[in-house]
Design a protein around this ligand. Structure first.
Ligand SMILES: Nc1nc2c(ncn2[C@@H]2O[C@H](COP(=O)(O)OP(=O)(O)OP(=O)(O)O)[C@@H](O)[C@H]2O)c(=O)[nH]1
Ligand SMILES: [Zn+2]
Length: 376
């Protein structure tokens, strides 16, 4: 890594010591939750005196988890909150006004940023998160590093109205990081940090981008170390890492609720399944089209579940040996396919879980009706 590169960009590098102490900014409880002038100026005089602003920390089926000056509590999803128009419904990070007396929902405040996507499978818009200030695009110093993907994330982040930062993890596993730093030369405005996410001292560099009152989110493909960063930054085991999921003998995925996690130093970190899947929706067709010749070859392999590693009768390896297919291209295709598969699996499990829950409620209701009819 060249020194001049560091000095030219507003970045923090390995071993930066410019970590502000948590006491530098004295913020109110609301400001620590992300309250800013942008929201304050939306309140009328009457609302200023009669209403309390609260932030949506999590969205559940029938209620919201909200946080305000009075701490955390839940708010039932009353009809006023369950609008027909999906864009009007509250999402994680939203600011709502509730009556100081009685706690009734009044209105949602205008958003400073919004992440949304088309829900995979369903032709429906889905809100992911609102009022995120900054996004840490996470990539690792290995084969995951991919300029095209970073650009795709950058587009998403800027479109949502957030500030992008780039975090390159697994720097500890890499003797020479210049192959990852040098290609970033044209992205002068993008601050970059090299970290070992497993080391809280190294991850602490990122606190500079997650100051008290700031809401940040992580974007990056599976396995780059987002959960690890979240754990190191929060000082808690807030997110399940891949290692924990692999340990699960029942093969279950750890359930994640879309949520905002307060960080030790006062920032808020958004970790939601939707955010994790952003940008990966609808890539299957693109993947097949981009790597069409591999798909054709794979269909000619002797085994239908061929991994194209060392199986006999593998048409893909045959093409590589014959010099007709680039090994790098096969690796890239595999990686993207795994990513898509993994995300599809997660989505399928989520939908199955939702269906099971719906069936459970219907069973309970019909039981109750039967008992009522029997006069029990
Ligand atoms: N050596 C090293 N290992 C890391 C680093 N960051 C993450 N890992 C490891 O990489 C693996 C994947 O990390 P996770 O934090 O689960 O990755 P993730 O991005 O949250 O993955 P998903 O939950 O699938 O989206 C784990 O085994 C981590 O321990 C790092 O900076 N250095
Ligand atoms: Zn094969």
């Amino acid at each position: 890594m060249s020194k001049s590169l560091i000095s030219r960009r507003p970045r923090i590098g390995r071993g930066s010591s410019a970590v502000p102490s948590s006491g530098e900014r004295q913020l109110s409880a609301l400001q620590r939750l992300g309250w800013k002038p942008f929201f304050q100026q939306q309140l009328s005089l009457a609302e200023l005196s009669d209403c309390e602003p609260v932030r949506v920390m999590a969205v559940h089926r029938s209620q919201l988890e909200i946080a305000g000056e009075q701490g955390e509590r839940s708010l039932a999803l009353v009809p006023a909150l369950a609008s027909e128009d999906i864009e009007q419904r509250p999402t994680v990070g939203d600011w709502l006004l509730v009556e100081r007396a009685g706690g009734k929902f009044v209105r949602r405040l205008e958003r400073s940023s919004l992440f949304r996507r088309m829900a995979p499978g369903a032709r429906q818009l889905q809100l992911i998160a609102a009022n995120v200030d900054s996004v840490l695009i996470v990539s690792s110093c290995n084969q995951d590093f991919n300029l095209s993907r970073i650009e795709r994330y950058l587009t998403l982040v800027r479109e949502a109205g957030c500030r992008p930062y780039l975090v390159l993890t697994k720097a500890d596993l890499c003797a020479d990081t210049s192959p990852y730093i040098e290609p970033l030369e044209p992205y002068r405005d993008l601050p970059v940090a090299l970290v070992n996410g497993l080391d809280p001292d190294s991850a602490a560099q990122l606190r500079q981008w997650c100051l008290p009152g700031e809401t940040i989110a992580l974007l990056g493909s599976s396995g780059v170390g987002k959960s690890t960063l979240l754990n190191s930054l929060s000082g808690n085991q807030l997110a399940a890492t891949a290692a924990i999921r692999e340990d699960d003998s029942k093969g279950r995925h750890t359930t994640r609720h879309r949520a905002l996690y307060p960080l030790a130093d006062g920032g808020l970190l958004l970790d939601s399944p939707g955010m994790r899947e952003l940008g990966l929706a609808n890539v299957e067709a693109g993947l097949a089209a981009t790597f069409d010749e591999i798909g054709v070859l794979a269909s000619q392999c002797r085994f239908s579940d061929c991994r194209h590693e060392s199986e006999p009768g593998c048409a893909v390896r045959g093409a590589i040996d014959a010099g007709d297919l680039d090994e790098r291209r096969l690796r890239n295709w595999r990686k993207l396919e795994r990513e898509v598969e993994r995300n599809n699996r997660t989505l399928a499990e989520q939908r199955a879980g939702e269906r099971a829950l719906g069936q459970f409620y219907r069973d309970v209701q019909s039981h109750a009706r039967e008992r009522k009819q029997r006069g029990e």
